[in-house]
Design a protein around this ligand. Structure first.
Ligand SMILES: Nc1ncnc2c1ncn2[C@@H]1O[C@H](COP(=O)(O)OP(=O)(O)OP(=O)(O)O)[C@@H](O)[C@H]1O
Ligand SMILES: [Mg+2]
Length: 272
C-alpha cells in the first residue's frame, strides 16, 4: 500500500488509541513488589524450564534474548507497550494482523524475550493461533501438552507451560488444536486465563493470535484481552485490509498500536 495512506492510517490509530473506550477487566491480583517472597514465586520456580540456542532463535528472527542493535527496535516496542499498558492498568496484550504472514509470531516472541531481560517483570506468552501454531517452532521445543488441553482444563498451567529463564512462561501447542473457534470463545477459556492471572500474577500476558480477516478465531477471543497490537507488513498489507481489521478490533478491545513490519530503509527495521 502507498506509504502516505499507511502513514495516515497509523496517525489515525495513534489518535484513537489515546482514548480507551473499553473498560478494564476487574484486576484480581497484584504483583506486590515489596521485596518480600510472594506466593506466586514458588509457582514460577516450579515451572519446567527449557533453553534455546541463540543461533536457532536468530534463524527465526528472534533477536531479543540479549541486548544488540538488532534487538533495539523490539526493545523500544517493549518499553512503549509496557508503559502504556501500565498507565491503563492493562495486563493482557493480543497480537494480531489483517492477513497471515505479517510477523505476528516474530513480534510476540521478540516481545516476550525482551521482557525477560527486565528482571523485575514476569511475562507470559500464549500461542493462540490454534489452527496453525508456530511458537513451538520458533523456540524449537515441543511442550508436554498442548495449549488446547490447558484451555479445556484437562491440564494445569503448572504442567503445560514451560519457562525460559526465571521470568518468562510460554504456553505452546504440539500441533493444530481441534475446534479452535469454539475453544477461543468458551467461558471455560476465560476462566482458565483468569485463574492463571490470579495465581501467577504476571505483569504481562501476550496472546499470539491468528489474522483477523481469515476466520473468526481472533474475533472470538478478543473479549479476553485488554488491548491489541496490529502487525502490518509495509510491503503486503492493503489499506482496506488494515482499515477493516482495525475497526473490528476496536469494537472489542483497545487498539494499543500498530507495528509496521518489513519497512525497509537500508536494512530491515521494525517501528512501533
Ligand atoms: N521484517 C521481516 N523481514 C523479512 N521476513 C520477516 C520479517 N518479519 C517476519 N519475517 C518472516 O516472515 C514469516 C512470517 O512471520 P511470522 O510467522 O512472524 O508471521 P505471522 O503473522 O505470525 O504468520 P501467520 O499468519 O502464519 O501466523 C517468517 O518466516 C518470518 O521469519
Ligand atoms: Mg503466527
Amino acid at each position: 500500500m502507498a506509504m502516505e495512506k499507511l502513514q495516515a492510517a497509523l496517525d489515525k490509530a495513534r489518535k484513537t488509541r489515546s482514548t480507551p473506550d473499553h473498560p478494564p477487566r476487574l484486576i484480581t491480583s497484584s504483583g506486590g513488589g515489596t521485596g518480600q517472597p510472594r506466593p506466586q514465586d514458588a509457582l514460577w520456580q516450579a515451572l519446567e524450564t527449557f533453553t534455546v540456542n541463540p543461533r536457532d532463535l536468530e534463524t527465526h528472527r528472534v533477536v531479543t534474548h540479549a541486548a544488540s542493535e538488532a534487538a533495539t527496535p523490539f526493545d523500544i516496542l517493549r518499553t512503549k507497550v509496557l508503559l502504556q499498558m501500565r498507565q491503563q492498568g492493562w495486563k493482557r496484550l493480543a497480537i494480531t494482523s489483517p492477513m497471515p504472514q505479517s510477523g505476528k509470531t516474530t513480534t510476540a516472541c521478540n516481545l516476550a524475550l525482551g521482557l525477560g531481560r527486565q528482571r523485575d517483570l514476569r511475562a507470559m506468552l500464549f500461542d493462540l493461533d490454534l489452527r496453525d501454531p508456530s511458537v513451538h517452532d520458533f523456540f524449537e521445543t515441543t511442550p508436554p501438552h498442548s495449549i488446547g488441553d490447558l484451555l479445556t482444563g484437562d491440564v494445569d498451567f503448572a504442567q503445560q507451560a514451560l519457562r525460559i529463564g526465571d521470568n518468562v512462561a510460554v504456553s505452546m501447542s504440539r500441533g493444530p488444536v481441534a475446534d479452535p473457534t469454539r475453544l477461543l470463545l468458551a467461558e471455560q477459556t476465560a476462566e482458565v486465563l483468569d485463574r492463571i492471572e490470579a495465581d501467577y500474577a504476571p505483569d504481562l500476558m501476550i496472546f499470539d493470535l491468528p489474522s483477523v480477516l481469515v476466520n473468526d478465531d481472533t474475533r472470538a477471543f478478543l473479549k479476553n484481552a485488554d488491548c491489541a497490537l496490529i502487525v502490518i507488513r509495509a510491503d503486503a498489507t492493503h489499506y482496506s485490509q488494515f482499515n477493516t481489521c482495525e475497526r473490528e478490533i476496536a469494537e472489542q478491545t483497545n487498539v494499543l498500536g500498530v507495528v509496521l513490519n518489513a519497512y525497509r530503509y537500508g536494512t530491515n527495521r521494525k517501528s512501533a
